[in-house]
Design a protein around this ligand. Structure first.
Ligand SMILES: O=C(O)CCC(=O)C(=O)O
Ligand SMILES: [Fe+2]
Length: 252
């Protein structure tokens, strides 16, 4: 079904000025302590579209991260978006950091859960079908969002991007694309739910929206690109919502 024109795209591409301003990579705190992947689950919230990993990062690590991220030069996005971009009002920081993306992929449970969990009951072919190809790692384009009360991210679709993927552990570049959005909630707040709007089908002409309440340390993966669900980050009403965002990268 064609996507309605009134819904916008996520403006996640970086301007050259921002790139110039943020060329030195942050000194990210070590990803410790962590909960072993054997104690975590890739939980289907809407099979094939949205998965959750509760306790992906323990609360102590989330708190360390929030205080570290508070020291970064976050930029408030303008209330008036450029043509074709979704209205979003939050403070954000964006950096190209292949080393951190690689650490986040390998040191946490993510790589194991993405490449093994589904494989236990599914064939490798189905695994590739789910992720849109052979998973290689995470997009080096790391985004940090802070939403204070009154801030939100209006309804939009996330784009898939093609890229040439290399990482410290796989240095020779290979053709790749992003297929799923990764959000890691680093705090708990009131409001700020990520709400998905499933497409109507013959069997269900009026599907209920699916609302995810941010939980400290929970990770969410949702399919993006052609089969992305319309979604939004609803307005925060109390406290701060902190999110770390990247994307799953697969071979193309
Ligand atoms: O903050 C949220 O809940 C949603 C973020 C989002 O949709 C995005 O980064 O594209
Ligand atoms: Fe999005």
């Amino acid at each position: 079904m064609p996507k309605p024109k009134s819904f916008k795209k996520d403006a996640s591409r970086q301007s050259s000025t921002q790139q110039a301003q943020q060329s030195s990579t942050p000194n990210w705190p070590p990803l410790r302590p962590l909960i072993p992947s054997s104690d975590l689950l890739l939980e289907p919230l809407l099979p094939d579209q949205i998965y959750l990993i509760r306790n992906f990062l323990p609360a102590s690590l989330c708190k360390t991260y929030v205080s570290f991220l508070s020291s970064l030069p976050l930029i408030t996005t303008p209330g008036k978006p450029k043509k074709g971009e979704a209205v979003r009002v939050n403070d954000r920081f964006q950096i190209q950091d292949a080393t951190f993306a690689d650490t986040l992929w390998r040191e946490t449970a993510l790589k194991e859960l993405v490449t093994k969990s589904l494989a236990e009951d599914e064939q490798p072919l189905l695994l590739r079908e789910t992720w849109g190809g052979e998973p290689l790692g995470l997009n080096a384009n790391i985004r940090v969002y802070r939403y204070s009360p009154g801030q939100f991210f209006a309804q939009h679709y996330d784009d898939s991007n093609t890229l040439s993927f290399s990482s410290p552990s796989t240095p020779s570049p290979q053709p790749a694309r992003t297929t799923w959005t990764l959000l890691i909630y680093l705090s708990t707040c009131s409001g700020g739910e990520t709400i998905f709007y499933p497409e109507p089908t013959r069997a269900n002409r009026n599907p209920e929206p699916i609302s995810v309440t941010p939980e400290m340390g929970m990770a969410l993966l949702h399919r993006h690109g052609d089969r992305c669900l319309l979604h939004e980050g609803s307005e925060v009403t109390y406290g701060e919502k902190w999110v770390l965002r990247s994307d799953l990268v697969v071979a193309r």
